[in-house]
Design a protein around this ligand. Structure first.
Ligand SMILES: CSC[C@H]1O[C@@H](n2cnc3c(O)ncnc32)[C@H](O)[C@@H]1O
Ligand SMILES: [Zn+2]
Length: 447
């Protein structure tokens, strides 16, 4: 028997009707009484609910009467495996923390299993706090890639370069060769991309940077590096070479729209003009910068100069969480203090930094970063009907200034639900906690 259908009806995977849709498109729209339609991993429609109900025959319907639906958060700089070192060494400045605590611990413990277990733990924390894409820099990137692939999260995996031998390899040539092999392998993984990740100006010499530049151009992938993180870094480079690190990178030809400069707490007006002219992306990690007392990134000045500023948590050993909602709030608050201007980085701008700006930095903005027809369905739902969120005049204000990560109820990547009503679908929390305790016992005994 033929079933009569509306002439325009279409079978699709999923219809979601939240209380608010925060698009983060160019108009920063906040829509009510609207529904989002998803099919085959992509957003196929955003329209008034009454219209969507007529137009689609969904295989699944999700009603979110208290929630805001927004693009998944993009953590544009992290070291996922370092979740296993969370709280191991606190209250120290960067170089003391790295040289006397973190590097020795990594030399002892950071093998493939450590990276795989740490990455799983971090990915679970990120999915639970609304991050749908992360940009990583760490040894054994193939283990982080495997954890990301199995979990269903989107990730940009760093092909690291550092001048000294580590458990992952004997030096630059081996790192490059292993990184390129991983890049080839990941071509068949639609959610995984790669970036070159030379560690920092003080740990990577000119020759490897030349090679990175050449290969990054050939493969058309971003380059991601810690730069101008502390005053000491800049002073030491000037004393040793006569050049500020950023000037050296410019002379090497690295600065362009493929370059992601992480931290950037030490910037003068000339540096800012250079970044703007070259189209460099700045990745701001305010909580790591605060905890290590590294300095303040002048985000309001960078934004005013037209520079794309995205947000990262940095690793769990310097933050000590991977909470992008919290990072967004810290970024908005600290920008006002640094600029001595309460209007610096308003809530809409902070939300863009945590979403579309991260997507732009990673070269993924045609795919993710906003809720628009044609983009991948990387989305999160946040409960704004809680006591803490009441009353509510402006959902974007609440998302930035008064929402905790426990209010994230659902997380989707490419249309697949990775968390439903706070239950992870691809990872088992109890197993991850047990594994973390095993590592804690091993590492704790020796530190
Ligand atoms: C080459 S793998 C990444 C390497 O970076 C270290 N690291 C973590 N956080 C920071 C930071 O804020 N500045 C510099 N280096 C950092 C991490 O421990 C790995 O050794
Ligand atoms: Zn870092």
């Amino acid at each position: 028997m033929a079933i009569l259908q509306h002439p325009m009806t279409m079978e699709i995977d999923l219809l979601i009707t939240p209380e608010w849709i925060i698009t983060v498109d160019s108009g920063n729209q906040v829509l009510r009484h609207h529904t989002i339609a998803v099919d085959d991993s992509r957003i196929v429609g955003i329209m008034p609910t009454s219209e969507a109900e007529k137009r689609y025959i969904p295989r699944q319907i999700v009603a979110l009467p208290q929630q805001a639906l927004l693009p998944g958060l993009v953590n544009a700089h992290t070291h996922v495996a370092m979740s296993l070192l969370k709280g191991l060494a606190d209250d120290l400045p960067l170089m003391d923390w790295l040289q006397h605590h973190i590097w020795p611990a990594e030399a002892r413990w950071a093998d493939a299993e450590f990276v795989y277990n740490g990455a799983q733990l971090a990915i679970a924390e990120m999915i639970r706090s609304g991050t749908t894409c992360f940009n990583d820099m760490y040894f054994f990137p193939e283990a982080a890639a495997q954890a990301a692939d199995e979990s269903g999260i989107r990730a940009c995996i760093g092909m690291i370069i550092i001048d000294f031998p580590t458990r992952w390899g004997s030096g630059v040539e081996e790192y490059l060769q292993k990184g390129l092999a991983l890049h080839d392998q990941l071509q068949e993984k639609p959610l995984l991309t790669t970036a070159f990740a030379p560690h920092a100006p003080y740990t990577v010499s000119d020759e490897p940077l030349h090679k990175v530049l050449h290969l990054a151009c050939e493969l058309d992938v971003p380059i991601h590096m810690h730069v101008h993180e502390t005053a000491f870094e800049v002073q030491q480079a000037q004393a040793q070479t006569g050049l500020r690190p950023l000037t050296r990178l410019e002379q090497l030809g690295l600065l362009d729209k493929h370059f992601l400069a992480v931290h950037m707490t030490q910037l003068n007006d000339e540096d800012i003009a250079l970044l703007a002219t070259k189209g460099v992306h700045v990745i701001h990690c305010p909580e790591s910068n605060l905890k290590l007392a590294s300095g303040f990134c002048p985000v309001a000045k960078l934004t005013a100069a037209g520079i794309n500023v995205a947000l990262g948590t940095d690793g769990n050993a310097s933050n000590n969480d991977l909470d992008m909602l919290g990072e967004m709030r810290t970024a908005a608050l600290i920008a006002k203090a640094v600029a001595q201007d309460a209007s610096a980085i308003p809530a809409t701008q902070a939300l863009r930094m945590a979403t579309i700006n991260g997507a732009k930095a990673l070269g993924l903005d045609a795919k993710i970063g906003s809720l628009e027809v044609g983009k991948s369905a990387d989305m999160i739902a946040v409960d704004l009907g809680t006591l803490e969120s009441s009353p509510l005049y402006d959902p974007v204000s609440h998302l930035v200034y008064c929402t905790s990560r426990e209010q994230v109820t659902h997380t989707w990547v490419a249309g697949k639900a990775l968390m439903i009503n706070r239950q992870l679908t691809t990872l088992d929390s109890a197993t991850l906690i047990a594994k973390a305790h095993c590592w804690q016992q091993k590492i704790g005994e020796t530190s």
